[in-house]
Design a protein around this ligand. Structure first.
Ligand SMILES: Nc1ncnc2c1ncn2[C@@H]1O[C@H](COP(=O)(O)OP(=O)(O)OP(=O)(O)O)[C@@H](O)[C@H]1O
Length: 344
């Protein structure tokens, strides 16, 4: 049986009278890396703050490693949090910043410094220990913040958008390092982001949060292949999945004759095939992104616009008449409430 690293049951949170989390149930296995993904304002940071004990839950319980910590102060939960801003002390060196978490626990100074140096080596910032935050780049600060979180040997890591202040190249590199670090240390981790690529790459499992509610929980593969709702389908994937009325202008190849009114079909831009058969469409715009091109196609005269992903070498040109087809096997079906209809 897998052990529980973190369990939330019926957790709600509010700012003054405004509810932000609504009776959340969520379980993270021991050693698992769970990514919480959602748009701005979904309640991701609030969720981490409630787990860390920085904010009280208005209902429900928080268990870490099977221990009920709902009533415990943050310092008693053995949790380390890395903030988006890193929250380093500007007047302290990197070494003193990393050591800080241990010294307040009355560990002897020499032992604390040795542990800090070991944590710094783990995340690759051992050469920066004499510098103050003002003398470090964004990526270097991020490493020091991680080392400070690591040095406490927590039961649980909470990472709040730790990569969002880094430029794209560094973000990609650091993302890989975070994944490797997690694999090596095996500490249960909750990583918050609104970046779907980061989420898909890092996560053992993904929790998609929307308006303080869990929209779907699953592996990156499940979320990608079987999105539970229109919201998840559109939020994960770039450009977003196409959505059309099931009885609308495009009939997928192999579709059953009867498709209930009110249902919608979704298909990713890469599922659209351009050729001699299918629904007539006019190319409105084409964006070329290296090897790929995204063609925006207006269906059937004045119908809706869909996006097709095609190799840029064989892309159509604006104004060109084309035909768009989709296979039924590549289609997702959603009911009138936006929920996935299985077995379609
Ligand atoms: N201190 C606060 N006082 C009042 N409302 C707040 C406070 N902090 C956050 N909120 C509100 O709570 C909701 C959830 O905020 P939260 O920061 O948890 O979202 P988030 O998913 O982390 O967003 P982001 O990706 O923008 O950081 C938002 O509607 C926000 O406006």
């Amino acid at each position: 049986m897998t052990r529980s690293g973190l369990k939330l049951s019926g957790v709600s949170a509010a700012y003054r009278d405004t509810p932000v989390l609504h009776h959340l149930d969520l379980e993270v296995n021991q050693g698992e890396l769970l990514v919480v993904l959602g748009p701005s304002g979904a309640g991701k940071s609030t969720l981490l703050r409630v787990v860390a004990g920085l904010q009280a839950a208005t209902t429900g319980r928080v268990l870490i490693g099977g221990r009920d910590v709902t009533a415990l102060r943050p310092g008693r939960r053995n949790v380390s949090m890395v903030f988006q801003s890193y929250a380093l002390f500007p007047h302290l060196t990197a070494l003193d910043n990393i050591t800080f978490g241990l010294e307040v626990r009355d560990m002897p100074r020499k032992a604390a410094r040795e542990r800090a140096a070991a944590a710094a080596a783990t995340v690759g910032c051992a050469h920066l220990l004499d510098r103050r935050p003002g003398q470090l780049s964004g990526g270097e600060r991020q490493r020091v913040a991680l080392a400070r979180a690591l040095v406490r040997e927590p039961d649980l890591f909470l990472l709040d958008e730790p990569l969002s202040n880094l430029d794209l190249e560094l973000r990609t590199e650091t993302r890989g390092e975070l994944k490797a670090l997690h694999a090596r240390l095996g500490v249960t981790t909750v990583h918050v982001t609104h970046d779907q690529t980061e989420a898909l790459v890092l996560a053992d499992r993904l929790a998609v949060l929307r308006d303080g509610r869990l929209e779907q929980l699953g592996t990156p593969d499940e979320i990608w292949r079987t999105p539970a709702t229109v919201f998840v389908a559109r939020f994960v994937g770039s450009p977003a999945m196409n959505l059309l009325p099931a009885d609308g202008p495009l009939t997928p190849d192999g579709a059953p004759a009867a498709r209930p009114p009110g249902h919608r079909i979704g298909f990713r831009p890469e599922a659209v095939r351009l050729g001699d058969v299918g629904t007539p469409a006019a190319v409105e715009r084409v964006d070329v992104v290296g090897e790929d091109a995204y063609a925006y196609l207006r269906l059937a005269g004045d119908g809706p616009v869909i996006t097709a992903r095609v190799p840029s070498a064989s892309r159509p040109f604006p104004g060109e008449p084309v035909r768009a087809a989709v296979r039924w096997a590549d289609v997702h079906v959603f009911d009138g409430d936006g929920r996935r209809v299985t077995g379609a």
